[in-house]
Design a protein around this ligand. Structure first.
Ligand SMILES: [Zn+2]
Length: 88
């Protein structure tokens, strides 16, 4: 199954503190093809997120327009990394 998103190589070892902190309020659930991250800040909004080794994607604007270009994970990807036990 083709993902509509491009996986981006991410630096998960050097995540800024603000992102780490906000990741704590993100709820991650398994979905049919990957994972969903539910925003606590914006009710009813959820994003598709995935992480494979150290490559990941999220379709939130923060990631698509900013962090992906810098090789940095958004809070949803950080939350997913925690959900998966940090093995990425
Ligand atoms: Zn995101």
């Amino acid at each position: 199954m083709n993902s509509p998103f491009e996986y981006v190589d991410l630096d998960l070892q050097h995540v800024d503190e603000g992102t780490m902190e906000r990741a704590g309020s993100v709820q991650v659930d398994r979905a049919n093809n990957g994972f969903t991250a539910i925003s606590q800040a914006v009710p009813g909004v959820c994003y598709q997120v995935d992480l494979l080794h150290s490559s990941g994607y999220c379709n939130c604007p923060d990631f698509v327009y900013r962090k992906a270009k810098q090789g940095r994970p958004c809070k949803h990807i950080v939350a997913l990394n925690r959900f998966l036990g940090g093995r990425a």
